[in-house]
Write a protein that binds this ligand. Structure first.
Ligand SMILES: [Zn+2]
Length: 344
């Protein structure tokens, strides 16, 4: 499933250079048999691969885009197109195994449904096992006519050098923070017009500057969740809020979500303290509410809190089946104690 709904289509503005280059090659009939796109996963590389596959399979492209009208485009979109194979780690597995690559090889050797092309995409190519990568090499060495292999990797250095050398490598970078914020503002539209530049900047920061993730977070109300969590942390430090009340409220939202928000907020405040730069003044005020005479002491307190949150999240996701409410209470107690120390 794509991260966003069908109205949001790649190529995104920051992918335009790579898209134009591919379109030029297509016009000049000089497309490579295999591509390796290198870039940030959160900036929409999987969507880019799909959209390019759509274009390769379209019977009547319009303005260098798939037409969405022809028989091929109507065949359910690229996700279900009989001439398109998407290879991902199977459910419950981390890696792409050799059997999946054998299937890919077999798929590319068959004659196609549209007669236009056969396209296989591997959005997380660094997940190939060594055996799978070696099997893929054979396909790369003996490409069948009108077949295309589109690989994407965040860390292409983890791929076999022999795979890299047989692909045309195209960078697929994410946007710089300023362009990402502009884009997010445009996408947020009227409904979110009340959000300040700072709030959007903070959301982007919370999502590791991955704009698509930030947009999805905006649509799911994550921004409000972060603000609520920050208020909660303030309340605990000042003694206005009690742990039991917080833990009970957290139970309604879900402890995993609250832990995620605690992790994001503490990461943002840690970064703010290190760089002494703040997108959102509310984060600075949270940092200043922490005990300690200076920045170093506050940083130490926050790093310890972040370590505890990370540890608790690991436990929660692990097989041990811990009590989530108790975990949350113990983490919040550590936070509250810092406020108490300050008051003492
Ligand atoms: Zn079409």
């Amino acid at each position: 499933m794509s991260l966003l709904d069908a109205g949001d289509r790649s190529p995104w503005p920051w992918q335009e250079a790579a898209w134009q280059r591919l379109c030029r090659q297509r016009r000049q009939q000089s497309l490579a048999h295999a591509y390796l796109f290198c870039g940030d996963s959160g900036a929409g590389s999987a969507g880019f691969l799909h959209e390019f596959a759509n274009l390769l399979l379209c019977e009547k492209p319009l303005d260098q885009r798939a037409c969405r009208q022809c028989r091929s485009c109507r065949a359910g979109g690229a996700e279900h197109h009989p001439d398109l194979l998407r290879v991902m780690p199977e459910e419950g597995k981390k890696d792409i195994g050799i059997d999946q690559i054998r299937e890919l090889t077999e798929f590319l050797s068959r004659s196609g449904f549209s007669g236009l092309a056969r396209v296989a995409i591997v959005p997380q190519a660094e997940r190939l096992t060594l055996a799978a990568a070696n099997a893929l090499l054979k396909t790369l060495e003996e490409p069948a006519d009108r077949t295309f292999l589109l690989l994407a990797a965040i860390s292409p250095g983890r791929l076999l050098p022999t795979i890299r050398s047989r692909c045309q490598i195209l960078p697929l970078p994410g946007p710089d923070p300023a362009s990402a914020a502009d884009w997010l503002r445009q996408q947020a539209g009227q409904q979110q017009a009340h959000l300040s530049e700072k709030a959007l900047g903070e959301l982007l920061e919370a999502c590791g500057n991955r704009p698509l993730e930030a947009l999805a977070a905006l649509r799911s109300g994550k921004q409000e969740g972060l603000a609520a969590t920050r208020r909660l942390l303030h309340g605990l430090l000042s003694g206005e809020t009690g742990i039991l009340k917080v833990a009970a409220d957290a139970g309604k939202i879900g402890e995993a979500t609250v832990f995620e928000q605690l992790s994001i907020i503490s990461t943002i405040v840690i970064r703010g303290l290190i760089e002494d730069a703040w997108q959102n003044p509310e984060n600075r005020s949270l940092a200043e509410a922490l005990p300690g005479k200076d920045r170093t002491a506050r940083l130490a307190a926050l790093l310890e809190f972040h370590r505890q949150v990370t540890e608790a999240r690991k436990l929660l996701a692990g097989p041990g089946n811990p009590n989530p409410q108790l975990l949350l209470e113990s983490v919040l107690l550590c936070w509250q104690r810092q406020g108490a120390e300050q008051a003492a």
